[in-house]
Ligand binder design. Structure first.
Ligand code: ZN
Length: 251
């Protein structure tokens, strides 16, 4: 076999590169690096009936920043320490990362899907203070329609907006109009917690501008909409890569 045809070279050629989306995340988002790819390529590489390789390896930087050494052999990932990780049919977990190896030698590193899902759940949610309508962002994600701002101890309600194109609603800053819809029977208790008591419902949220109900929706911060899209795309990439490995296994 000529060196360029060796599967080791193929690993390098098809290795995915996931680039950081923003500088802040650059330490965390997967940066798949290929270090020393050519080392060992054609240098004693041999493939016997067992389809194993005796030399050559690629180093992969995981989303966590950790660097692991991946042998160009299916279903095997080896740490620099030599510790063999759990790896089944081309999949291995290393800390918070998931390394996938397809049959064709493609290696990709991802954050574990449950880590991504947790971030999705914790995306900030915008609330409005019940008394002043001031904006309050709950950094830990959606709790319920009622939320107590830890900074002020004030009761806040989830920010609503109207998506009716014919609605004349526009906020004072030119952005979408925001309003709240307090639920009957919900108040701020003396201990600073949300207190719920039985009370007749005050119905579905209604837009104060056009009176629409079907057009009322939870308002999402633009940066949250953007981040959600990226996280969902990240989950799709992992799913697609796993599907490819499942197809490999079925063959
Ligand atoms: Zn409206």
């Amino acid at each position: 076999m000529r060196p360029i045809d060796s599967p080791l070279c193929k690993v390098g050629l098809v290795l995915s590169v996931l680039r950081p989306k923003t500088p802040r995340r650059s330490r965390h988002i997967a940066t798949l690096c290929l270090l020393g790819l050519i080392a060992g390529c054609g240098d004693g590489n041999s493939r016997g009936a067992s389809n194993e390789f005796r030399s050559g390896e690629v180093n992969v930087e995981l989303p966590s920043g950790e660097i692991i050494r991946v042998l160009p052999k299916q279903s095997l990932v080896i740490l620099p320490s030599g510790e063999e990780l759990r790896a089944t049919a081309g999949e291995a977990t290393v800390g918070e990362s998931l390394v996938l190896m397809a049959k064709d030698g493609t290696v990709s590193a991802h954050r574990k899907p449950d880590i991504v899902s947790q971030e999705l759940v914790r995306l900030p949610t915008l609330y409005l203070r019940a008394d002043t309508l001031e904006r309050v962002v709950a950094e830990s994600g959606y709790e319920s329609n009622a939320f107590v701002d830890p900074a002020t101890g004030q009761l806040c309600w989830i920010a609503l907006t109207c998506n009716n194109a014919a609605c004349a609603s526009a906020g004072p800053d030119g952005g979408p109009v925001l309003f709240l819809w307090p639920e009957a029977g919900v108040s701020l208790g003396q201990n600073g917690q949300v207190v719920r008591s039985l009370a007749p419902s005050n119905g579905w949220p209604t837009c104060p501008h056009c009176g629409g109900q079907k057009t009322v929706e939870k308002f999402e911060l633009p940066e949250v909409v953007s981040r959600r899209g990226k996280l969902e795309a990240e989950l799709r990439r992992v799913r697609d890569a796993r599907d490819a490995i499942a197809r490999d296994r079925a063959q």
